[in-house]
Ligand binder design. Structure first.
Ligand code: SF4
Length: 371
């Protein structure tokens, strides 16, 4: 299973790199054909661009080599100018690479935070620098706004593991049992669910329902973690995050052997033995807060590796030990694709009104429970 997943990830990464290289070869990196009509005058690294982006480079200099900046800076400069002109906001997930997270994002956070931010913006256009289900969630909460995802193939192994028809079958099998779905699901699944959850509020929400049993979909590891934290019986789904399920308890033990005093913090999408080997288990936001508030001397974040990069930049006093499991779907989002979204309006999220209305109920219940 893990070999298949690894091959899939490698294929996707190779595709993305081939796209990037072909763009450079075709001149897109320096000339960006087709962008001039959208108001971009050219994408060369002029002295003016260097000056305007100097402060931004200061934010990421610890993780982005100086020789890469002349390629990134013109995109960053153009994106920041265009989003102001078009009253667009960029909401970026914690797993975005540092040049996106620290240099073009207006707001950053995990799935729950992005959903909340989507309800708070006055912008006409919301660009979600994250995967497709996150952009769908933003659209569900903002049906009147234009919501764009820079790459419509940016999927998620959890979201693709279950359909609305699967949820209907489970409801028939367990009549009257509430369906609680992870926010990492399609709009179709949300529309069939009673509640959405995130890893940050799942236990709180399940406990608040006052029932003996719930169906918890689709992440089997998150559901097992919830079951370990509550007396409510959990009927567990079969999906998994292809990034977090690859971590092993042996890997954690090996890192501890090589690093005295290492503090290990893990995301609940990891397998149970990995969570058992960790010192702290929490959502993306809680992991980030842990480092900010407890200031561990040396930490291992058992999660997607760009997240470690981004938290490391914000906590220079902490030493980060970094296993690198990349999410190939998140890595489909690049500066070039964000700029294309701004200039050409791709790729707009379009959902049926009736579907959004049903899905919104579950999402709003999630937002209500998380305060
Ligand atoms: S890290 Fe896992 S849960 Fe998150 S988008 Fe990637 S595959 Fe989905």
């Amino acid at each position: 299973m893990s070999e298949i997943i690894t091959e899939t990830m490698v294929d996707t990464m190779v595709d993305t790199m081939v796209e990037a290289v072909s763009d450079v070869v075709s001149g897109a990196v320096i000339a960006a054909p087709g962008l001039a009509s959208g108001g971009v005058q050219g994408l060369d690294y002029s002295p003016e661009v260097a000056t305007r982006t100097a402060d931004l480079y200061g934010r990421v200099a610890a993780v982005i080599p100086e020789f890469e900046w002349p390629v990134m800076a013109p995109y960053i400069d153009a994106i920041n100018r265009l989003k102001a002109e078009r009253n667009a906001v960029i909401l970026a997930h914690n797993y975005m690479t540092p040049e996106i997270y620290h240099c073009v994002a207006d707001r950053v956070g995990d799935s729950l935070a992005l959903a909340r931010m989507a309800t708070e913006t006055d912008a006409d256009i919301i660009i979600v620098a994250g995967v497709h289900f996150m952009a769908e969630t933003a659209k569900i909460l903002n049906p009147e706004k234009t919501v764009l995802v820079p790459d419509q193939l940016a999927g998620c192994s959890l979201a693709s593991s279950i359909t609305g028809a699967d949820v209907r079958r489970l409801r028939a099998q367990y009549p009257g049992v509430p369906v609680v779905s992870y926010v990492n699901t399609t709009a179709d699944v949300k529309a069939e669910s009673d509640y959405c959850i995130t890893s940050g509020n799942a236990v709180e929400l399940v406990n608040s329902l006052g029932v003996d049993r719930v169906i918890c979909l689709p992440d089997k590891y998150l559901a097992q973690y919830i079951a370990s934290q509550t007396d409510v019986e959990i009927i567990i789904g079969e999906g998994a995050c292809e990034v977090h399920e690859r971590f092993t308890a042996q890997e954690i033990a090996d890192y501890r052997t090589g690093h005295d005093g290492l503090v290990v913090i893990a995301h609940p999408e990891c397998p149970p033995d990995v969570l058992g080997a960790a010192d702290f288990v929490g959502s993306t936001a809680k992991m980030s807060d842990f480092v900010k508030t407890r200031h561990p001397e040396k930490v291992l974040m058992v999660t997607e590796c760009s997240m470690s990069d981004n938290v490391a930049l914000e906590n220079p006093e902490t030493e980060f030990v970094r296993p690198c499991n990349l999410c190939p779907h998140m890595k489909r989002i690049t500066l070039e694709k964000i700029l294309n979204s701004l200039t050409s309006g791709t790729h707009e999220i379009i959902l049926e009104t009736e579907l959004m209305d049903r899905a919104r109920l579950a999402v709003e219940r999630m937002l209500a429970v998380s305060g």
